[in-house]
Structures are given as C-alpha cells and as structure tokens.
Design a binder for this molecule. Structure first.
Ligand SMILES: [Fe+2]
Ligand SMILES: [Fe+2]
Length: 474
C-alpha cells in the first residue's frame, strides 16, 4: 500500500479505516512533538535541513529529498509490504502461517521485546542532542539530523505496534517511552549503552558504526518474527538503519584519512606530533573503538539464555538472516562456549544451540564489524604505515554474560585485576584523551568548510556537491 501523506500521521497501514487507533495515535503525536522540542537536537529546530523522507517502502525510490524544519518532519508509520505467502521460518512452528494478531500466551513477551527496541530509538536522539553545535561541517550536521529524525520515526514504528496490538497497556508503554530519558538517574533508558553520553563526534561515529549496527542485528532478528506486523516494520526500519551505519563507517574512514595526511606531512607517526597538528592519532581512534565495541557487545545479552531459547522455539525472535542456516528447528544441535573457569583460565562448555542464540547473533555482528576495520586498515597500509586497528576480544570489558567483570587484556586473556586497572588507560580513552578530543570540537557551520581533524567525504548527499548548503540556519 502506498504512503498516505494526506493524513495527520503519514502511514501505509490504512490508519483512516480504524478511527479508534487513529485517535489514540493522534493523541500521542503532540506528546512526541513536545519530547522532540525538549530533548531532540538542541537549538537547531528553526534550521532548514536537507532531509530525506520515505515516500514508498519498495527498494527503489523510497526517499525524496528536500529542505525541512525538523519539527515539521513527517514522522509516520511505514511497514514493508505484506507477503501473503509468508510462513514461520524457524522454531517449533516452522512452516506454519505467520500471525497477523498476537497469540495471547506471547503478549507479555512480545510487548517487552517491542518496548526494549523502542526505548533505544529516542534514547539515541537524547544522547546526541548537543552534537549539532560541534559538527565538523554542514554535511555532517545534516547527517546527524537525518539520523535523529529517523530514530524518531523508529520510535513511531514501535509505538504503532504498541497501540495497534496491545490495547491499554500498550498505550501506557508508549507514554513511558517518552518518560524515560538517557542518563536520567531516576528513569534511565533500559539498556546501558543508551545511557552513555555522546558528547564528541568521534564517539558519534563509533556509536553509529558499532551501536547502530547492534540495532541492525536486533532488527534483523525481529524481521524474522512470526508476528508479521513486527517483521514488516523491522524490515523497513533496516533500510533507514543502513544510512546510520554509513555515517559511522565513512566518518571513521575520514578521521583515519585525515590523520594519515597529517602523518605524511609531518613525516612521523608520533601521536603527540599528530595531536599538535590538530588531528586524531590512531592509538586514540583505537581506544574509542575499544570502548564502543565492548559496550555494544553487551546489548546482545548473555551467552547462555533460556529467554533466547524460548524466543526461538516460539518463533518470536530468530537469527539474523535465518535463511542462511540449514536447520531452522535447531533443537538437536549444540554450541561450544569458552567460559572463564574462575581460576584465571578458561573452560569449554556445550550448551543447546537454542540457548546460544544471543551468542550466534553476536558472532554475526562481530563479523560484520570487521568489514569496516579491513577498509580502514587498507588505507593505513596503503599510506605505508604498520599500525593496524583491531577489534578487542568479545571477552574484553564485558558487563553482561559469563565474562562480566572478568578482567582480561585486549586479546581476551584473563589477567589480574591489578594488571587490568593499571593498564586500562592504554586501552580505553583516558580523561586526557577525552579532553583532547573535546578540544577539537568546534562547530564548523560555514558552507564549504571542514574541521581540520577530518577529511571531506568522497561525495555529497543525493548527488549534491560536498560543499552544498545542507543546512540553512534560518
Ligand atoms: Fe533506529
Ligand atoms: Fe539507527
């Protein structure tokens, strides 16, 4: 169904035919707009931003571009088209018809899954709300705002499901999604990473590379769900999510490129010399990477999880790209885990495959993360330097799962707590690293200009030049 922009709430779910639902969402809409004004991008609500808006949900030409004041962005409800042939793709009900309504016994679990996903969307907008002031260029400023309005739309996507399928408790959950706030001492966001402040652009690029990629894998798991409306919502969200990861990938690429230029100019790799020249030394890039990668790994949950097993068995949440697996029932297989043995060494343990679904998804995520590192390292190699960026072990600095609180080095080797504490400053951004990065953060809001710590992108947005006026301040 095509997208209807005539309604107050743009949608392709024929909202007009369900007056009760339409009224309930129209009641939530002003609360959303108030939240956007209060906790969305600070001080840029009057700016005119070159943004894309979804116009259809098919692969080609789903977006139109134009100048929009962010509060006027047409947030709406867009689901991928329904496939009437779609069947349950995994678990105990493999091959049966997918559900258009929620079976009563899975109501509470599905609500929890939707609320947890929904909570991350406005959280990231809150985390990023001050970044506009320090954007390295108008191009980057525009990308930030594009990510922000789309995370706002992802909130709409989850709120629609809550309103349409969960009645009164769904409506209450939708209100609470606007009441919890990132970093709030009393009412924090549900997941840890989404309470971490993002106060500089290196962190923003790391977040969009590593944490939005967690989002990609969560959405891919939910896009397999037997609850068809959830699957269709998440399928469309994935097309938007791709841009967020592009921002992170190319952002880090441009930081590395600029650093290499400076190293060439100076004829040295010395981090201090690189900093004195106003660029970001590669060891500092590695530290930020260690921080955000390890933080994002926790979002997948424990290695062994009876919840994950029951989500899989019942067809609620699958494996990303389930079609690539041969056995969609996964009832007989086992998975081997390497766990800490409590004596500074490791032991192996076999667990049922269904209980290992979090770890399976985390593994796919890690392989996807590696692709960017390969590209960035190719730049470094081509420039003639031996430094390489690398992902730390998935055991490093974990707060959730078997490795939570177990001190290890970057390779995942268990070490003594004293050793960990005395070396952590070499592995994660120290106060002085953060102070240095913050010292680079000055907004460059002039058309055609770019901050000195980052290279310009290869191309602009939608075939426009890099130095296009992507954001008009008034
Ligand atoms: Fe999102
Ligand atoms: Fe995102």
């Amino acid at each position: 169904m095509s997208i209807n922009y005539q309604d107050r709430i743009p949608n392709n779910v024929d909202l007009g035919s369900n007056r009760t639902l339409q009224r309930a969402l129209e009641h939530w809409q002003p609360e959303f707009l108030k939240w956007w004004q209060d906790l969305g991008p600070r001080d840029f609500q009057v700016a005119n931003v070159y943004l894309r808006t979804a116009t259809s949900v098919d692969a080609k030409g789903w977006a139109t571009y134009g100048f929009v004041h962010m509060p006027d962005y047409r947030w709406g409800i867009f689901l991928a088209d329904r496939d009437p042939e779609r069947r349950i793709g995994f678990g105990d009900n493999y091959g049966q018809e997918v559900w258009q309504q929620i079976p009563g016994e899975f109501r509470a679990i599905l609500r929890r899954l939707i609320v947890t996903q929904g909570d991350t969307e406005p959280a990231s907008v809150e985390q990023q709300r001050m970044l506009g002031h320090t954007a390295p260029s108008l191009y980057d400023l525009r990308n930030l705002f594009q990510v922000n309005v789309e995370e706002g739309r992802h909130l709409w996507a989850m709120v629609y499901l809550l309103h349409a399928y969960f009645g009164r408790d769904g409506r209450e959950e939708a209100e609470e999604l606007l009441e919890r706030h990132s970093g709030d001492a009393n009412k924090p966001r549900i997941l840890g990473t989404f309470n971490e402040p993002i106060s500089d652009w290196l962190s923003f690029f790391m977040f969009t590379y590593f944490t939005d990629r967690d989002g990609k894998f969560q959405l891919k798991s939910l896009a397999e769900s037997s609850f068809d409306p959830l699957a269709r919502t998440c399928s469309f969200m994935l097309t938007e999510e791709a841009h967020h990861m592009f921002v992170g990938d190319t952002g880090i690429n441009r930081v590395v490129r600029r650093t290499l230029e400076v190293m060439k100019e100076l004829g040295t790799e010395d981090p201090l010399a690189v900093r004195n020249a106003g660029a970001i030394d590669l060891p500092t890039v590695q530290k930020y990477l260690n921080f955000w990668f390890s933080s994002s790994l926790d979002l997948f949950g424990s290695e062994t999880s009876s919840n994950a097993a029951s989500y899989f068995a019942n067809g609620l949440k699958g494996r990303p790209d389930e079609a690539q697996y041969e056995d969609h029932i996964a009832a007989e297989q086992a998975f081997t885990l390497e766990l800490p043995d409590g004596n500074g060494s490791t032991k192996t343990e076999q667990i049922p495959m269904r209980n290992a679904m979090n770890e399976v998804t985390r593994g796919s995520y890690v392989r996807d993360c590696e692709l960017g590192l390969k590209r960035w390292n190719r730049l470094i190699e081509k420039a003639g330097y031996s430094f390489r960026l690398s992902l730390p072990s998935t055991r490093f600095r974990r707060n959730i799962g078997s490795w939570a609180g177990v001190p290890t080095d970057l390779t995942g080797r268990p070490i003594l707590p004293e050793q960990f504490n005395s070396t952590i400053g070499e592995w994660l951004p120290s106060d002085s690293d953060r102070a240095y990065i913050m010292s680079l953060m000055h907004g460059v809001h002039e058309q055609g200009k770019m901050a000195a710590w980052i290279a310009p992108p290869d191309r602009g947005i939608n075939n426009n030049p890099v130095d296009y006026e992507y954001v008009k301040m008034h």
